[in-house]
Ligand binder design. Structure first.
Ligand code: ADP
Length: 483
């Protein structure tokens, strides 16, 4: 099968969050099964090129027509292991040279343009494509363009990673270039790119079964629940995996001590070494007390107030807290909130607040922490709970979206005891956090119970090998319908 992904992120080349990990993991898993997977990305100026080889200009000038003007683009290609990546770079304007992936006032223009250029590139490339796999609102427009123009570029699969972001705007507020690109396609003035994708894609995958249910309700549908209910037959929930070569404690170069997760003794010893190293690195007291961490984008979805409360409460309960949180220009109030927290705790050797995106440090924290707090208000799938468990760290998670499908409370879950792998709470409020956190910190001293939870988390299969089979079923089923 020949699968082409068109996406805004790919780990670790251009990564903001889980979307990047998922696109990477899915590509690798399909390649391993002998399929051809390629990906098209914008050529951002802030990419991590370190693991790419053979970066070169594939085509100096790819022209697209908008209104009465032609725009030229350079097409770059590179190899990332077995994965071939194509980068689209407009020659006329610095649409992707902004030092950021998202967060510009003209993001919708940037991704409308990207969708059109990617489409044009595929049309003239002559590639025989089976599946065109699109991700979130950024590339949803491609599904519409294919159907509207009857382009034969394979079956269109759209994955919804996060329904909260839809690419909504008024066409009259877009740039002249976008207006010209969208001219005559039958849009009214208001446009919702994700909705367009939902209506025109052949199949829609959602990143967990529980989130697939939640988004069809008024509470979880962000206004699109009626459209999603109408498209119910096209929807399928497939839990994300984690790439276990990339997230591999036995080889991870970011750890002080690597470990084989098959033996608990090994995990416990390595945890001690990695924890001491992290404590030293972050100037935390070298004590054997519960180390709670949070690794998250600091946006409303992730429950920033509850993260703050989690810090306060952890200290009251006698633990340490490490926050690795990335801030963004579009959430400046949250950034200010955490800068103030950072100041409050300056010099306190029980807390480290790091307001940055640091991939290597994230790996070390996953290995070094005892507990990972995830108090999300909603969470389509969530990867951090899976990575944490795979690294021998116990999640404390709010029961929403994919967290419901992956974290099972040691005390209250109706799952068999050997599958219970964490601490959970139902309501995203301080009482909820407190209830789970108190139990978790207390449990730290109960070695027998603690190790039971650890073992259960470590034995869970969150590999892509499992999830990719479900994607392949979706692809095969679509290809079996001739149209
Ligand atoms: P989302 O996609 O909503 O951000 P996920 O849990 O699905 O949340 O995925 C988050 C991914 O981003 C994980 O790989 C996590 O390790 C990573 N991540 C989040 N915040 C940071 C940060 N500040 N620094 C490094 N990595 C981060």
């Amino acid at each position: 099968m020949h699968i082409i992904h068109i996406a805004s992120e790919l780990a670790p080349v251009a990564k903001i969050g889980g979307l990047a990990d998922v696109v990477y993991g899915l590509c690798q898993a399909t390649l391993k099964l002998g399929h051809t997977a390629e990906i098209i990305l914008p050529k951002y100026d802030c990419m991590n090129y370190s693991q790419l080889t053979n970066l070169k200009i594939e085509q100096k000038e790819l022209w697209i027509v908008a209104g009465s003007t032609r725009y030229s683009n350079a097409i770059w290609s590179a190899n990332f292991g077995k994965l071939k990546i194509f980068f689209m770079e407009p020659n006329h304007e610095r649409l992707y040279d902004r030092g950021v992936i998202y967060g510009c006032s003209d993001d919708i223009d940037r991704f409308v343009y990207f969708s059109c250029v990617a489409m044009q590139y595929l049309l003239q490339s002559g590639k025989q494509i089976d599946i065109l796999h699109l991700h979130d609102w950024h590339t949803s427009l491609v599904a519409f363009l294919c159907k509207k123009n009857n382009y034969k570029l394979g079956k269109c699969v759209l994955t919804i990673h996060n329904l909260a972001h839809q690419g909504i705007c008024r066409i009259s507020a877009l740039s002249k270039l976008s207006k010209d690109l969208l001219e005559g396609l039958g849009f009214s003035d208001s446009m919702n790119l994700l909705e367009t994708g939902i209506l025109y894609a052949d199949r829609i995958t959602i990143v967990s079964s529980n989130y697939a249910k939640e988004i069809q309700t008024p509470e979880g549908g962000f206004g699109l629940d009626p459209v999603l209910r109408d498209s119910q037959k096209k929807l399928v929930g497939i839990l994300n995996g984690i790439d276990q070569d990339y997230w591999n404690p036995s080889k991870d170069p970011c750890l002080k001590r690597n470990y084989n997760t098959q033996e608990l003794e090994n995990v416990l010893k390595a945890k001690q070494t990695n924890k001491c190293f992290l404590q030293q690195y972050l100037s935390l007291a070298q004590e054997n007390i519960p180390l709670v961490a949070s690794i998250s984008r600091l946006v409303p979805q992730k429950g920033p107030d509850l993260i703050e409360y989690g810090i306060i409460r952890t200290l009251e309960l006698g633990g340490q807290f490490v926050l690795l949180g990335s801030t963004s220009i579009s959430n400046s109030e949250i950034k200010e909130q955490f800068v103030a927290i950072q100041k409050r705790y300056r010099g306190d050797n029980r807390v480290a607040i790091l307001l940055t995106n640091d991939e290597a440090l994230a790996h070390l924290i996953f290995a070094a922490a005892d507990l990972l707090l995830i108090p999300s208000l909603f969470e389509p799938c969530g990867l951090t709970q899976m990575i944490a468990m795979h690294y021998g760290t116990i999640p404390i998670a709010r029961m929403t979206g994919g967290l419901v499908d992956t974290v099972f409370d040691i005390d209250t879950s109706d799952k068999p005891l050997k599958e219970r792998n964490g601490f959970t709470f139902a309501f995203p409020d301080q009482q909820g956090v407190n209830w789970a956190l108190e139990r978790a910190v207390t449990c730290y001293k109960n070695h027998k119970k603690w190790q039971k939870i650890l073992r259960s988390g470590l034995s869970q299969d969150f590999s892509w090998e499992k999830s990719v089979k479900q994607y392949l079923l979706v692809y095969e089923e679509l290809l079996s319908f001739k149209s």
